[in-house]
Ligand binder design. Structure first.
Ligand code: ADP
Length: 771
């Protein structure tokens, strides 16, 4: 019972906590880092937003100041014109100077109160530049001429997309309250180029929008606009101009980006390694759990094994034994571990054999079919084992020793011996039987089992694969068959019993028992012959007994014949003999002679020894013959004889003389049994009737009767109560009736005396045929 030492297992809760902690720390670190980055970005953006807002306000202010400055300069020129009434050249000079100071002004027009242009600077208009037919300019002109406005802006004029123009108009107030108009066309693009300082243009992409339309812009071509932007309304009615600043895409510091990447990478690495560690620990835990389960299973298997297992190192020292082996040899694990030859469980008388096997195992010559050995328990008890040895190879494929499985086969051996003994007894009994016994396969005929008698009687060779093809066996799959067979060659009679059965392997077989009945048959034959002789003797005795009666019987017809003859002579002696009387007397004489002849023939047949011969017989004839034979006896004994009506009964097929003898014997016994019966009660009733397909005959007397103990004795040979009796009569009668397939028995007559009954089958002629 070797136990594996395992490291103390950490509780699952603790393991889970230990596994979660690094993951949690990594996640927290990543979160904080992300928050830091977001916060930094947010702060940066909000700082940018604020400064952009301030810069945009500043820019709006700068543009406003510039436009206000232009307006102011226009007013100055307008004021000069209203008071001094500037001439064309002076106008040109002043406005030219103004335009030089303000390159965003592309033209200046002077219009009178009718709205007609008087002068304009420069003299020639640039192609595509709006003139006074432009509706926006007309509307601007009219707004100044028709109102008291001090200045006004026109709506944006986009005749050329690259030159967005906004006109600016101031009135020239004349002395007579008339109003002329000074209009300056300002190119907003130039205005923007001029008024957006470098430090703004470096930081932002500045653009001017009207509603959704880009009017003008100033930006560094090499920089892309970022997403961060802000807009501000310029408040130059009637235009809805918006100034927008897009901050350029910020280029992050390399070290910052690198740091972020490194920190993010490290976080990911940490998370990944934590995950991998967790997975590894999970797998390890699973493997440990499996190992524990396997160890528990192995331990329970080892403990529940009934096979002893022991392992030896290469030097032959035990280093492992299981519980079953310890229990088997009755030693503790401590007593066995480390033990070498001679082992404590080797019986001293077997130590040589044990040592030889031990050496064979250590030399790697162990028999793969195992060894049968005898071991010894600690209490000295010996027991038989079967040992199988094999190489012990460890997990690295290194041969580290020898492992053996040991089975206690004492009980098995005992059972085997008991089985062997039982088999031997069975074979002895089988061979001791007089009968020839065989079991053969129902399909192949192969002889599966036979006893000595069978082999010698039927001369079957004593070798494997024998076949039982005995032609005389009558076989039937249903009921067992009982038949007789005469072996012509050996002159033996056999009674063969055959039945279908199931063999030990479940196959269908024939079981046959052939009993030599030659002696029995011979005895039966001798008995039959003796019976016949006895029958003959009985008849002779009966004849002797009846001699006087018969003489008397014959005397009667002879006396009658004699008296008829005398009568005939007397008639003939008459002178005229009466022929008719003579004829009558002669006829009666003939009848008496016939009767005498019948009596003599009957006696001859009765006495004659002969084989049974069946033929059609009328029951009435049988009864008449017997009655004739017994007539004298009946009369002498003063017995009243009644015979039932038999005229309706069918004929039977039987040996008539034998049946006559049966009826004769039974009636004669009945008459004799009534010797002491008062004469008035001496009645003999012969009743013959049909019962189904049997003929039933009852001969009832009122004689001495028979007590129950005697009832079966009567039928035994030589049983008699009569001084001169043979005791064979009833025995022969029963033989005759049974020979005719009938039954003979006796019962008490309820009126006193006894009733002898016999039955005979009313068989057909063909059935009665006897070879
Ligand atoms: P046996 O007449 O020579 O004695 P049986 O076999 O005919 O031989 O009869 C055997 C015995 O059976 C007789 O001795 C007699 O005792 C008895 N027995 C036979 N028939 C009758 C009968 N009808 N009544 C009483 N006893 C009878």
């Amino acid at each position: 019972m070797l136990k594996l030492k395992t490291s103390q297992a950490i509780s699952p809760q603790k393991t889970r906590w230990l596994l979660t902690l690094p993951s949690f720390a990594a996640a927290l670190f990543t979160l904080v880092l992300a928050a830091f980055l977001i916060m930094t970005t947010y702060t940066e953006r909000s700082t940018l937003n604020t400064s952009m807002e301030q810069d945009l306000l500043w820019q709006k202010q700068a543009l406003k100041i510039r436009v206000d400055n232009i307006t102011h300069q226009l007013r100055t020129v307008a004021a000069s014109m209203s008071t001094d009434g500037l001439g064309s050249a002076e106008f040109t000079a002043r406005t030219f100077s103004l335009m030089q100071d303000s390159p965003e002004i592309i033209s200046l027009e002077y219009l009178d109160e009718t709205g007609q242009e008087r002068w304009h600077t420069p003299n020639t208009r640039v192609a595509g530049q709006p003139d006074l037919r432009n509706p926006q300019l007309i509307a601007l002109r009219d707004s100044i001429l028709d109102s008291e406005l001090e200045s006004s802006f026109s709506k944006l004029i986009m005749d050329r997309p690259d030159a967005p123009i906004m006109a600016l108009a101031v009135p020239i107030k004349l002395n007579y309250n008339g109003r002329h108009v000074l209009i300056a066309q300002v190119n907003l693009r130039t205005l923007l180029q001029q008024q957006v300082p470098w430090w703004i243009a470096q930081r932002y992409q500045i653009s001017l929008w009207e509603n959704e339309r880009l009017i003008a812009g100033k930006f560094e071509r090499s920089h892309d606009a970022g997403k961060l932007n802000q807009s501000i309304n310029l408040d130059w009615p009637p235009n809805t101009l918006t100034l927008t600043a897009h901050i350029y895409e910020q280029k992050r510091n390399n070290w910052q980006t690198a740091l972020t990447i490194v920190v993010a990478g490290l976080s990911l690495l940490m998370l990944g390694s934590t995950w991998a560690l967790r997975r590894h620990i999970n797998e390890r835990q699973k493997a440990e759990s499996q190992l524990r389960q396997e160890q528990a299973l192995r331990e329970s298997m080892e403990n529940s094994l009934v096979t002893g297992i022991r392992a030896m190192d290469l030097e032959g020292r035990l280093f492992y034994v299981n519980r079953a082996f310890c229990e088997m040899v009755g030693c503790t694990q401590e007593q066995l571990l480390g033990a070498s030859h001679p082992m404590p469980y080797w019986p001293p008388e077997e130590s040589e054999q044990c040592m030889a096997i031990y050496r064979a195992i250590l030399n790697g010559r162990a028999d793969s079919t195992g060894y049968q050995m005898r071991f010894m328990r600690s209490n000295g008890e010996r027991f038989d084992v079967r040992l199988y040895a094999a190489k012990l190879i460890d997990g690295d494929g290194v041969h580290t020793g020898w492992i053996s499985a040991i089975y206690d086969i004492t009980e098995l051996q005992r059972e085997r011996e008991a089985l062997q003994a039982s088999h031997e007894r069975f074979v002895a009994v089988l061979n001791g039987l007089d009968a020839a016994v065989s079991v053969s396969d129902a399909n192949t005929g192969e002889l599966l089992l036979s006893n000595r008698h069978f082999d010698s009687a039927f001369n079957i060779p004593d070798r494997h694969g024998r076949y039982c093809n005995i032609p005389f066996v009558h076989r039937n799959k249903g009921a067992p068959v009982d038949s007789e067979w005469f072996d012509d060659f050996h002159q033996h009679w056999y009674q063969v019993k055959s039945r279908s059965s199931v063999w030990v392997d479940g196959s269908e077989v024939w079981l046959e028992i052939a009993t030599d009945i030659t002696m029995l048959k011979n005895a039966q034959e001798r008995e039959r012959q003796q019976k016949e002789q006895l029958q003959q003797t009985t008849r002779l005795i009966s004849m002797g007994e009846m001699a006087s009666s018969l003489a008397h019987e014959l005397n009667q017809p002879l006396a009658a014949i004699a008296s008829y003859a005398t009568g005939c002579r007397n008639v003939l002696a008459q002178t005229e003999p009466n022929i008719a009387q003579l004829d009558q007397a002669i006829e009666k004489m003939a009848a008496q002679a016939k009767r005498a002849g019948q009596i003599i023939r009957g006696i001859r047949e009765f006495v004659q020894r002969r084989a049974p011969h069946r033929k059609r017989c009328e029951i009435a004839d049988l009864l008449e013959t017997v009655q004739t034979l017994l007539n004298a006896e009946v009369k002498k004994s003063q017995v009243k004889l009644t015979v039932s009506d038999v005229s309706e009964l069918p004929p039977i097929y039987a040996d008539a003389v034998m049946l006559e003898q049966v009826i004769f014997n039974l009636m004669k016994n009945a008459i004799e049994a009534m010797a002491d019966t008062p004469v008035s009660q001496r009645t003999l009733d012969v009743n013959v009737r049909r019962e189904h397909d049997m003929l039933a005959v009852t001969i009832a007397d009122r004689g001495t009767g028979i007590n129950p103990e005697q009832m079966e004795q009567l039928f035994k040979p030589f049983y008699t109560t009569k001084g001169s009796g043979m005791g064979m009569g009833l025995n022969i009668c029963r033989s005759i009736i049974e020979h005719h397939h009938g039954r003979l028995w006796v019962e008490a007559n309820p009126q006193g005396g006894s009733c002898f009954n016999f039955t005979l089958p009313l068989s057909l002629e063909s059935e009665a045929y006897e070879p």
